[in-house]
Design a protein around this ligand. Structure first.
Ligand SMILES: Cc1ncc(COP(=O)(O)O)c(C=O)c1O
Length: 377
């Protein structure tokens, strides 16, 4: 029988105590006692025995509203991760033949959701400076079937962030052309000067938020959607969590969001120091480069074109040989995925030290050797 293909996630989860997790943009820097003490209290009170208040804890709503600066005109929907909000809104608002202006690379799960209802994404190539959409290109891409613009800011996987002037220009295009603007702000707290698109197109914008990355709660699966009441009500028809989302996740998110002003600056500082440390490693490896630096998120792409090493091969070597888990680019880009591997770095510095030892060693082991010069005769 042929051997089953190598399953990196299965291996990494089985060895999770030893693995440095730099593959999913998860955040391992939030002081853990903030979350654990809140969840332990909820466990002691057996809060898991009953259904939660279906709309979500009022304190969670207040904290997210304050975090995103939402006014009374905005409605908030809580969901099981930003992912569920993305699914709901693409199902509710897009139909056969509709087009969504998006990018390649991108967070392709959203593209997959777009396609489920017969719509399609129009992927603008952004694997070249400035490594993000530009207002001009968005404007030029609009056609008769365009229904939505996907603005992921900062962008997974490249780490590019949008300056306020560009968010504004893209939002104004959405407003003028009466298009929906899907503003995914999952990585916003890692950016220097994040701008919410709804500031400039409040009636057009659906903001997808998450506590997976900023608050380090990816495993608890909590996020949601904010936007004009009528749009969010329309999206909520597709809510499958009619009985509310996980109560322990909500309790944890309340504790994390309430305390965020105390620890987020330190998380950002460590994340920035880590990416600088990664850069100095990558700079020493022939043929590896960083398209975007500094990243405005907690990840970036490492381009491997000059090494002639396939990202999946390097991913496997790093994981099996060194216990360091990065993610090959093919999961994030149909066109450019064979060129890069993605590293996330909201990790303790000791993880980055493991990367620093592993990356050059793995590349050197895999690097194709030039044929030895033929001996002179
Ligand atoms: C751009 C983007 N949006 C949404 C998500 C989903 O986040 P969640 O864990 O809240 O479902 C991710 C996860 O990596 C992401 O990169």
């Amino acid at each position: 029988m042929p051997e089953p293909p190598f399953d990196a996630f299965r291996y990494a989860h089985e060895h999770r105590a030893e693995v440095v997790w730099m593959s999913q943009n998860t955040n391992h820097l939030v002081p853990p006692e903030i979350v654990t003490s809140a969840v332990e209290e909820a466990l002691r009170e057996h809060r898991y025995e009953g259904y939660p208040f279906a709309a979500g804890l009022p304190e969670l709503h207040e904290l997210v509203r304050a975090d995103l600066g939402l006014g009374d005109e905005s409605r908030l929907q809580v969901s099981a991760g930003g992912t569920e909000a993305l699914y709901m809104l693409t199902r509710a608002l897009l139909g056969p033949g509709d087009e969504v202006i998006a990018s390649d690379p991108s967070y392709l799960i959203i593209h997959k959701f777009v396609e489920l209802g017969g719509a399609r994404t129009q992927n603008l190539d952004i694997y070249a400076p400035p490594y993000r959409l530009t207002p001009d290109r968005v404007q030029a891409a609009i056609g008769p079937r365009t229904k939505m613009i996907l603005l992921i800011d900062p962008l997974n996987p490249l780490g590019s962030g949008y300056p306020e002037s560009e968010v504004r220009a893209i939002a104004e295009i959405a407003h003028d052309k009466k298009l929906l603007l899907l503003n995914d702000v999952t990585y916003r707290d890692f950016a220097d000067h994040p701008t919410l698109a709804r500031k400039y197109a409040p009636e057009q914008t659906l903001t997808v938020w998450s506590v997976s990355k900023n608050c380090g709660l990816a495993g608890l699966r909590l996020g949601g959607l904010a936007g004009p009441a009528e749009l969010v009500q329309n999206v909520a028809r597709y809510n499958t969590n009619d009985l509310g989302v996980n109560i322990l996740a909500q309790v944890a998110a309340v504790a994390a969001l309430r305390s965020k002003p105390r620890w987020i600056a330190k998380v950002r500082e460590t994340t920035r120091a880590n990416q600088a440390a990664i850069r100095s490693v990558v700079e020493r490896v022939d043929g590896a480069t960083l398209p975007v630096f500094p990243s405005q998120a907690n990840m970036f792409a490492i381009d491997l074109t000059g090494t002639s090493i396939a990202p999946e091969v390097l991913q496997k070597e790093l994981l099996l040989g060194h216990g360091v888990f990065l993610r090959a680019g093919n999961y994030l880009s149909p066109k450019f995925g064979a060129r890069f591997i993605r590293a996330s770095f909201s990790n303790p510095p000791r993880d980055i030290e493991r990367f620093a030892a592993a990356f050059p060693a793995a590349v050197e082991r895999l690097r194709p050797r030039a044929p030895a010069a033929r001996a002179a005769t």
